[in-house]
Design a protein around this ligand. Structure first.
Ligand code: GLN
Length: 552
């Protein structure tokens, strides 16, 4: 369908759009705000879906360093996306697809591919209209493909960035294409307090709204991210300076964990005001009782248990955000708070008497998350060995399963030089290796085994018990696999292959018999865990941790 017809159809359908931009600086929580708005609307009885526009030129974040860009979240249909999609899925309890993640890279690629195919009929291709039209078309097609009352749209980056301008221009045009009553624009800004005078400053917010005005946009509402309550005087000033009604200026305070923010925004009347904007006069209120129950449960947690995340990136938790969320949620389900200690795997490579080893020795459970390349690989195997020998509950995720099986190979199966061909191409015992079809792949982008695959569970195993199901479907993101040539030798040493792909026979889950809980999975269960519905394997892991503590 061409843009004209798409626009017509969207108008006819009456989809309501809520767009969120961010000002002043990054990392002020646009993704959390969008999720929160979704929670309010969903719990008021509306259906919602979410789309993220990322102004960077990468086609997707799959090729970016997790240190720079945080975790790569994988959707059920195998798209490698921004971690914000994880926030949306977890808080809204919905499953998003590839079409929820749009980058400049994707838009430009489609334009340039089209140009080479001669689709532009001799025209000179320009940012306006061609690029902007492509952006609008993606959004409208999304709205037509998803039967929801509200489409929430987050624009990545900060207003004023060169990269974001075409996206803001698309919003400017959409406001007139759909008429204002179909799109609501909220702008999230940051309000600092000067350390040396104690003063609260609204000027950065004024500047960021001015940057929007330069693009022809006046926001319908402003959300103020701050570490403290914002006084009426500041709000009044912002209302005057920015041209936004005072009762459409809300504050977004910092909550850890974030769930009380939903209740706070509800109390401020955010959802009611949004509904009124769209002409819904009998605004429905949101039933947040499930979230309130979770908050009460968290507040009642008295016991704290320590779990190590033995990993490559230390400093920021963003590279492991879904894993961390999954562990914490599983803890709350058992009424315990989990203190997650991130240990630099590389620093476990020496003797067992360093500071990092002391840290590892102090924990009640160990998790090794997904990862790539050999840095820290030997340290991860040292942590696996510790967990195996000391009966410390262990959960290995993707690479975490691979290093677990390499360690078993070396210590239990007498394959002293067992390895993955990812770490050592010439290992004599490639217990983890590439399938032929992966060995042929030369491109880096979107070329792994991605998305959901089935896993058939072996009855009587810990995993089958945890899931309480025969077949499950889990998300993947990896190239390497357990080499089934070694299967029998492993089984002879007490390794149980508790989950297999029903079509290919590839190993999905491995467990160690006689250990309180030593489970590795080739997939990423963390992507299917949510605060209101923690994942079965994480719950079983925390259960095992608590059982071990009680035994002591
Ligand atoms: N590097 C490993 C592989 O590609 C594991 C990937 C991961 O942990 N996501 O198979």
């Amino acid at each position: 369908m061409d843009l004209k017809n798409l626009t017509y159809e969207v108008r006819k359908k009456g989809t309501k759009f809520i767009v969120v931009t961010g000002g002043v600086c990054s990392s002020i929580g646009k993704g959390v705000l969008v999720s929160s708005l979704g929670v309010l609307l969903k719990n008021a009885g509306y259906s919602v879906s979410v789309i993220k526009w990322d102004p960077y030129l990468n086609v997707d974040p799959g090729t970016m360093s997790p240190l720079e860009h945080g975790e790569v979240f994988v959707t059920h249909d195998g798209a490698e996306t921004d971690l914000d999609l994880g926030h949306y899925e977890r808080t809204l309890g919905i499953s998003l697809s590839r079409d929820s993640s749009v980058s400049s890279g994707q838009i430009f690629k489609s334009i340039l591919d089209g140009e080479r195919e001669g689709k532009f009929l001799g025209k000179c291709i320009q940012l306006v209209p061609h690029v902007v039209d492509a952006i609008k078309s993606r959004l409208f097609a999304f709205a037509l493909n998803h039967d929801v009352d509200f489409v929430l749209l987050e624009i990545g980056g900060t207003v004023g960035d060169i990269e974001g301008k075409v996206f803001l221009e698309a919003i400017r045009q959409i406001r007139s294409d759909l008429q204002p009553a179909h799109i609501f624009h909220g702008h999230l800004s940051y309000v600092p307090r000067l350390e040396w005078t104690g003063e609260v400053k609204t000027k950065p917010t004024q500047h960021s709204v001015n940057a929007l005005k330069e693009e022809g946009l006046v926001p319908d509402c402003i959300f103020l991210r701050a570490a403290f309550a914002i006084g009426q005087q500041q709000r009044r000033k912002l209302a005057t300076m920015c041209g936004v009604a005072e009762d459409l200026i809300f504050e977004v305070l910092t909550y850890k964990p974030v769930y009380p923010l939903f209740i706070d925004l509800q109390k401020q009347g955010v959802s009611k005001r949004i509904q009124e904007y769209f002409g819904i006069l009998a605004a429905k209120s949101s039933n947040l009782s499930q979230w309130q129950e979770l908050i009460d449960r968290i507040n009642a947690c008295k016991k704290v248990v320590k779990v190590a995340l033995v990993a490559k990136y230390v400093g920021s938790n963003d590279p492991y955000i879904s894993v961390i969320e999954a562990i914490k949620s599983a803890g709350y389900a058992h009424d315990v708070a989990i203190d997650i200690v991130v240990i630099d795997a590389e620093k476990l490579e020496g003797a067992r008497n360093s500071e990092n080893w002391d840290l590892l020795k102090s924990v009640d459970g160990i998790i090794i998350p997904g990862g790539f390349d050999k840095r820290g690989g030997e340290g991860k195997m040292a942590a696996v060995r510790w967990a195996r020998e000391q009966n410390v509950p262990y959960l290995g995720l993707c690479l975490g399963m691979q290093v677990m099986l390499i360690e078993f190979g070396r210590s239990l199966v007498q394959l002293e030089q067992a390895n993955t061909t990812e770490f050592d191409k010439n290992t004599p015992h490639p217990v983890i290796s590439l399938l032929e079809e992966q060995a042929k792949v030369v491109t880096k982008g979107a070329s792994m085994r991605l998305g959901e695959y089935a896993c058939k569970l072996v009855p009587g195993t810990k995993s089958a018990q945890a899931y309480g199901q025969d077949v499950v479907s889990e998300r993947h993101r990896h190239r390497y696999e357990f080499n089934n040539k070694y299967k029998a030798a492993y089984e002879a040493q007490g390794v149980v292959f508790a989950g297999l792909n029903p079509e290919s026979g590839l190993v999905e889950i491995a467990e160690l018999q006689g250990h309180p809980f030593m489970v590795g999975v080739q997939f990423h269960p963390e992507f299917l865990s949510s605060p209101l519905k923690p994942h079965a394997l994480f719950k079983a892991f925390v259960g095992a941790v608590l059982e071990q503590i009680n035994k002591k």
